[in-house]
Design a protein around this ligand. Structure first.
Ligand code: UFG
Length: 333
């Protein structure tokens, strides 16, 4: 089976590509390398024993994408490519709408033209919006109270996919709603290494642990949670990647489906920091500061639907994620 993976050199995409190649799928990656490095391709090959086909291209370039579809025969698409910084999306909404929405529409137009009718989309827990804090279940309403353009693009793309499924009874789309991905492949060869000052917790912790940033600011310790800091559902990226492989079978039946990919157990920011200190054996300098605007006190997945329908569940722990993060840091000092 030939699979097109957009954004396949990114943090989550690269882990999925390794899983696909190891499961004997043929993989073609289209990635602009805006937010990733071509060296990831060598590491994918090292880990999978096989190389994907690679095109450096942005999905906003319709004619280039059309040519890629013409030159290949894809059976299904896994769509990761997109911009993903919440704060940047607030500053540059047009760039986010253009990249994420135009990119997806171009992809869907090519799929339609070349009769490719199966897609897995990289969605996010952010689609549940601010009205649905706490435990999230797939049948809850989405789209209300999303505070940033990045999150809105995830919601809008889910809606577009729903409409495409309605218009074409043979089309199948699965939106996977990720909670908070952490960790990396245990080899330490793949991982998340953002440029500049990271927004997300784990990348920030990594910069502090490697001495590149002085200390972690924990945003708020006065939330109505057990230790006052926010709680999230941190899921190991290798578990998350396996969720994509499991979702391929859900594409056999046409229609639009969503699945949460999370562990079902929330962990607080402070617990994350303390566990990191325990496993690394070193203190992680941190201080408590004001709350960050837009943060929910707590949000976690109910992952039962994925377990029941896809036979998938998360197996790795926060400790595994931190151990693997430390080996990534060793490889990228
Ligand atoms: N945090 C800190 N200090 C930091 C960074 C984060 O205390 O330097 C805290 C945040 O306040 C939050 C928690 O760590 O309480 C997790 O924050 P992240 O930025 O890592 O993740 P979010 O839960 O805010 O966002 C994640 C994804 C988004 C997605 C969102 C939807 O990064 O892409 O979940 O649930 F939209």
């Amino acid at each position: 089976m030939n699979i097109l993976v957009t954004g396949g050199t990114g943090y989550i995409g690269s882990h999925v590509v390794v899983g696909l190649l190891k499961s004997s799928y043929n993989v073609t990656i289209v990635d602009s390398l805006i937010n990733s490095k071509s060296s990831v391709l060598e590491n994918i090959e090292k880990l999978a024993g096989k190389a994907p086909t690679f095109y450096q291209e942005n999905l906003t370039n319709f004619s280039a994408l059309e040519k890629i579809f013409k030159d290949n025969e894809f059976d299904l698409v896994i769509h990761f490519a997109g911009l993903k910084s919440v704060s940047e999306s607030v500053e540059k909404p047009i760039m986010y709408y253009q990249q994420n929405l135009t990119g997806t529409i171009n992809l869907l137009k090519c799929m339609q033209e070349f009769h490719v009718k199966k897609i897995i989309f990289s969605s996010s827990a952010t689609v549940y919006g601010s009205g649905n804090a706490g435990e999230c279940i797939e049948n809850m309403p989405t789209g209300q109270g999303i505070t940033n353009p990045y999150g809105k693009t995830k919601y809008m793309i889910e809606e577009i996919l729903k409409d495409v499924c309605t218009s074409d009874p043979e089309f199948s789309a699965v939106a996977l709603r990720y909670f908070n991905p952490v960790g990396n492949h245990e080899s330490g060869l793949l991982g998340e290494d953002p440029n500049g000052i990271p927004n997300n917790l784990m990348p920030y912790i990594m910069k502090v642990a490697s001495g590149k940033l002085e200390e972690l600011s924990i945003y708020g310790n006065d939330y109505d949670t057990p230790d006052g800091t926010c709680r999230r559902d941190f899921i190991h990226v290798v578990d998350l990647a396996n969720g994509h492989l499991a979702a391929i079978k859900a594409l056999e039946a046409p229609g639009f489906k969503t699945y949460n990919l999370g562990t079902g157990t929330p962990t607080s920011v402070l617990e994350m920091v303390e566990t990191f200190e325990k496993i690394s054996g070193k203190p992680l300098p941190h201080k408590f500061v004001e709350r960050r605007p837009g943060d929910l006190a707590e949000i976690w997945a109910n992952p039962k639907k994925a377990e029941n329908e896809l036979g998938w569940k998360a197996n790795l722990t926060i400790e595994d994620a931190i151990r693997d993060t430390l080996s990534f840091l060793e490889n990228h000092q």
